[in-house]
Design a protein around this ligand. Sequence first.
Ligand code: P53
Length: 478
Amino acid sequence: LEQIKAFPDNFLWGGATAANQLEGAYLEGGKGLTTVDLIPIGANRFPIALGNLDSYEPKEGEFYPSHEAIDFYHRYKEDIALFAEMGLKCLRLSVAWARIFPNGDDAEPNEAGLQFYDDVFDELLKYNIQPVVTICHFDVPVSLVQNYGGWKNRKMITFFETYAKTLFNRYKHKVKYWMTFNEINMLLHLPYIGAGVVLQEGEDKEQVLYQAAHHELVASALAVKACHEIIPGAQIGCMLAAGMVYPYSSHPEDVWKAMDKDRESFFFIDVQSKGEYPGYTKRFFRENNICIEMQPEDADILKQHTVDYIGFSYYASRCTSADPEVLKNSTEGNVFGSVKNPYLEASEWGWTIDPKGLRITCNQLHDRYGKPLFIVENGLGATDVLLDNDTVEDDYRIAYLNSHFAEMAEAIQDGVELIGYTSWGPIDLVSAGTGEMKKRYGYIYVDRNNDGSGTLRRVRKKSFHWYKEVIASNGAQY
Ligand code: P53
């Protein structure tokens, strides 16, 4: 039997990043403060991420990892040269909204910010690396939060639309792959990180979050519309934090609960991809007295401008049960919360390792939406040790990725149309969840520690050479 060649010739192997987790230079080039610039590492991080912000300025005595991050802002040429050496076909990166509109509602965009991304895109294209751009990855200009309440406010739709159109017009000859909101479903779990939502006392949390979600969904559809009008041939997608929720047992109550949990996330993508609110969400609103304010034109906007592809992150599967006793055995490691799956191991940070789950998720999304998929995040956050001979022997990372690539190949043979794969953090960067540098994903080690010490020197890990071979052979080496 002939070996089936799984990966199509134009498969986009790459890496994925986000502005706030690697750029640093948080006030340079006219940039305004963004939401993440107010999220410190340490005990206060999680409460703020959840929506309990109490100051619109950085505080004395706190350390904010986004302020310098890994200094990509000044080192992008060196970093992109390393990406090119690995043979990356694409790089997923996000634009920091506050570099383009420092206050979010400025009359004119900030030229220095626009020029920075022109320079970065030019550098990528010089090596034939396609930029894949997330318009908003966990960062909203702080002044939009302070003065308008972030995505609680309908005015955000217009600010976002203006911002997105500015990007499309400026970069229409350089960027062909776009995404609107990173992990849009994370809005329900990390409201401040996800959507610049600060929760006030007495507010009905679900009412507020679903209203914010509606605003993002309309804004996303308007960005799709503008992208199609301004850049012929471009593709614009949504971005789901994916990973199936498994039922703990075959008890129908467990199976139903797992399905229900999955739908909390699918709600967003159902709207972005199918163009209307699903029946299960309408029922949820009815039964929980949630009343979303919509404008008459919204339904039509959502219906007309659905996404071209489904982007998603996949790190882990989850598991749930309808039995309160079983639920007690939950892992804390992931913001989603999950019953411990007895069949699976977890990472040092408690994230379940489930390669087969990637095949399942690919098939599930393919069956549900019938659109091309793009795996835009996946990887293993682990502690690395820099050895004396200036390398990192990260065989655990290679093993993780290898097993996921094998399942990705299976999914393609199952008939799933995959545009590409970008592993999270091809170069070590700041963890979104914990703010640590210690939780590393990269093929390239960055000499920087949790407290900000270190030389910022870049070092190729063992996985660097491995990934290079995977790409060169278009997946044949996995
Ligand atoms: P970190 C939680 C669960 C799944 C994905 O996460 C998540 C999060 C937030 O922590 O976020 C995505 O850095 C996100 C990236 C993030 C990456 O996963 O906490 O899009 O910004 O860095 C990995 O290990």
